[in-house]
Design a protein around this ligand. Structure first.
Ligand SMILES: [Mg+2]
Length: 419
């Protein structure tokens, strides 16, 4: 067993608002929100802690904020400045460890396993970071500590943000006491539709999943959602037990922004869930193949879909961030299925677009306790080279042979145009 890792997730409190308050000392003691001041119905992107104490909330409307806090100062967002500050904070982190992975503009993972001897315990490093970041940017950091990225993130969101020190450790010794009593919607990657499902199965807390044996949980999900759900079941179960081998990967600046693939469909043919699922699988196969060809993997998965029943229509484009970057078909498909389950309104599909974003080099492969990711990667690379040599028809999943399959049709086209 390798030694337990020390991973931090550092979150900047009220990030945009804190940057603005640092840039405007005269606003220090005033409630500040970042939003477009010209639009009363605009969305508040960030509110400083003082504004929050009046009841101003992020993602509410400007007029709602002003209703609860009359002297609320509204400042126009300056995204470029926030990006600069975010990079500056990355540099501070890099003085503690080279393993720094931005998760969002105001959240970054650090693997400090190798730095602990140099700078003190993970808690001491966390306190040093709070101090340095506050001094140079004015932003107060909350730091979750854990042996895995999911536990570090969970520690930040559920505990460090509420703790007076802004530091909290969620380790294997306290997950039973701290993590398991949390309601299931607090579990990483569980969205509202899945929460409702869990509730109907009698699952209320994260511990309800963790305490079940995996085969039992799998068969429960299978009964409700079909065979497709096995991978998801394993993922949730691992997450509930704090299992997450994903490494902190220092991101490279790739000129490429995303790898995507889409398809316009005849709605009359794609009315059933099973038909749409076939297309989702095919698009995932193609996106992953393109990613592997470019030597990249992506951590943000997006699904765009149009649907209509002839009278009304719906379009959405939703994203989710994975714990580790991937170019493996089954992992992309699992994420896409989660988005599909959450946002598809059940109408026939008119177009589908799948993309992998936030790319990094695939030279760094994360190893998994459960499936051998390296082996699957190699297998998929082999499939790629067979297709490259003998054509896209050479190897295809059996589901593509169903009528809904568009892969065959596409194999006869280049870039959407017939050869
Ligand atoms: Mg934040």
């Amino acid at each position: 067993m390798p030694r337990e890792r020390s991973i931090l997730l550092v979150d900047g409190q009220s990030f945009y608002a804190s940057v603005e308050k640092a840039a405007h000392p005269e606003l220090q003691d005033l409630p500040v929100a970042v939003a477009d001041p010209e639009r009363r119905s605009g969305i508040i992107l960030a509110a400083c802690p003082l504004a929050k104490s009046y009841g101003v909330t992020t993602a509410s409307r400007v007029f709602e904020g002003l209703a609860v806090c009359k002297n609320l100062v509204i400042i126009k967002p300056r995204m470029q400045r926030y990006i600069t500050y975010s990079l500056l904070i990355t540099q501070i982190f890099e003085s503690f460890t080279p393993l720094v992975e931005p998760y969002s503009i105001d959240e970054q993972f650090l693997d400090v396993t190798g730095s602990v001897g140099l700078f003190g315990s993970a808690e001491e490093i966390a306190a040093l970071i709070q101090h340095k970041v506050k001094l140079s940017t004015g932003v107060w950091s909350r730091v979750g500590i854990g042996p895995t990225k999911v536990l570090a993130k969970t520690a930040t969101d559920n505990f460090a943000k509420k703790h007076p020190d802004g530091i909290y450790r969620l380790g294997y010794s306290n997950i039973e006491k701290d993590l398991w009593p949390l309601p299931v919607h607090k579990m990483f990657m569980v969205a509202s539709r899945m929460t409702r499902r869990f509730k109907t199965w009698g699952i209320d807390t994260i511990g309800d999943i963790a305490k079940m044996e995996l085969p039992k949980f799998k068969s429960l999900m299978r009964r409700m959602m079909g065979k497709q759900s096995d991978i998801q079941a394993e993922y949730y179960w691992q997450t509930a037990r704090g299992i997450d081998p994903s490494p902190v990967v220092a991101s490279i600046s790739a000129p490429l922004k995303s790898v995507s693939h889409g398809k316009t469909l005849r709605a009359s043919l794609y009315t059933q869930r099973e038909d749409i699922e076939v297309v989702l699988l095919e698009l995932c196969i193609e996106v992953c193949r393109r990613a592997r060809r470019l030597g990249v993997q992506g951590r943000v998965v997006s699904l765009g879909m149009g649907e209509t029943d002839g009278k009304k229509g719906n379009m959405f484009n939703r994203q989710l961030t994975l714990m580790h970057p991937t170019s493996l078909t089954h992992e992309l498909l699992t994420a896409v299925m989660r988005l599909f389950e959450e946002f598809w309104q059940g109408m026939p599909a008119t177009h589908i677009m799948i993309a992998l974003n936030q790319l990094s080099s695939d030279q760094v492969q994360q190893l998994d306790l459960f499936d051998d990711r390296r082996r699957i990667f190699d297998l998929e690379k082999t499939t790629d080279s067979i297709k490259d040599r003998f054509g896209d028809m050479a190897i295809m999943r059996a589901s593509s042979l169903l009528d809904a399959g568009v892969a065959r049709e596409r194999a006869e086209q280049i870039g959407g145009h017939f050869k």
